[in-house]
Design a protein around this ligand. Sequence first.
Ligand code: FAD
Length: 498
Amino acid sequence: ADGDTVPALVIGSGYGGAVAALRLAQAGVDVAIVEMGMSWDAPGPDGRVFCPVLKPDGRSYWLRERTDQPVGYFMGGSYNKDIDRYTGVLDSEDFGGIRVYQGRGVGGGSLVNGGMAVTPKRENFAAILPSVNAEEMYSTYYPRANTALGVNHIDKTWFESAECYQFARVGRKHAERSGFGWTFVPNVYDFEYMKKEQAGTATRSALAGEVIYGNNYGKRSLDRTYLGAAAATGKVRISPLHKVTTVTPGAGGYRVEMAQLDSSGKTVAVKNVTAQRVFFAAGSVGTSKLLVAMRATGKLPDLPGAVGQKWGNNGNVMVGRANHMWDGTGSLQSSMPCLGIDNWADPGGPAFAEVAPFPAGLETYVSLYLAITKNPNRAAFSFDSGTGKVNLNWQKSWNQSSINAAKRIFDKINAKEGTIYRTDLFGVTKTWGDDFTYHPLGGCVLNEATDNYGRLHGYPGLYVIDGALIPGNTSVNPFVTITALAERNIERIIADDL
Ligand code: FAD
């Protein structure tokens, strides 16, 4: 409430925020979580929490009048739809050179993501974050994160015959026939629940295509794991539909100003809270935007120049291939990916490509992929005093490097299979999904913008604990690494700072 004083305030309830809240609460600290999105726990008028995939309504997008689907086209037309403006669960934030998809709500990205829970190869992690003791990460913090997130593995026998993974088996076969390595990928979606969906004994969620607008069943999102455990301590209070706008030093700690929003995004109240410690966990983009704005407007003028730098898109690029009629990918597809093609060791263009579902409810013969590549480009955030907004200078042309790396896999597969790229999925005629990312990373890089545990230089009691710490790439899907790094950092912060 307005005028309160709290020992610890966490901005955002995604992976970093959820870890911070749980571990602080277990250490006896009272925590206030401030989350701009909604709490997705109450059914709408149709009896569901999240909207149907093929009939999206306001619940699908954060304050938009029209959907903005990542794969937004099919056979010559856009299949976006008009929707009511509402504080929906998926945000497509447009920075000109790139659209950044992010989850909005209690649970952050865990509400909308594909659940792929990938621990990177140790040598790749060590190259990305050389200041972090990799031995500790792999012996302690990655296992801790995987356990707390509820990561589980697909039953390999079931996989071989499950109708809903025909698309993945076809993707694997094509990878193998062209000599590429592949690997099963663990997930936080409950595979036992999915088996029941396939058997017809449980309400379908992954098998109903649910993912980017939220899963009504089956997904172990953060509200059911870390945040559920945090709430059970009795020491954590979450304020949904509250957006932090300002953080500045004040008497007794930091003064945090926030806007309370209604479900149309309008500010209905402005509140001020004093916090002894503030944890920035608003996501790579949210944290970077806040800190860059605070530095530019004199609220936190001593933040270092490294704040706002080294932002990357995890080398994301999407592409579809058109299969032959005898290589159908199935009319029933699980929305949870379960395997990836590993070409990271290729010095000519490292890539890890997830074999992605394209659940259209009919046979499309499409093989879809989300490639994570080692794109070397990094963008910076800057404050525009004219508009009061924070810009990100990512250039669309910078994604050519990602396309080149992805082509090293898919040109070869196309040549071997005698197939071609789909050109109708990302525009009327556009082969590459190269203008958006699911994996924003960086902006407040560990050991540069912060110390080696996320403490912001110049401001004791301010911490960064989310994807902003990771310098633009994780070599695989990022949330397990974000979670494990947060586990490492919060343990040290609790031991040394409290
Ligand atoms: P987030 O999870 O983004 O959490 C930040 C939270 O802060 C959000 O809830 C946001 O609403 C809130 N916030 C922001 N600004 C403010 C503010 N000013 N005040 C209050 N609250 C604020 N990763 C994987 O590893 N595997 C996958 O399969 C995968 N699939 C994905 C699919 C999609 C469609 C998307 C969008 C992402 C996917 N990701 C996946 C990426 C993953 O979800 C993110 O990397 C992860 O959520 C980032 O965690 P975070 O803690 O940094 O921030």
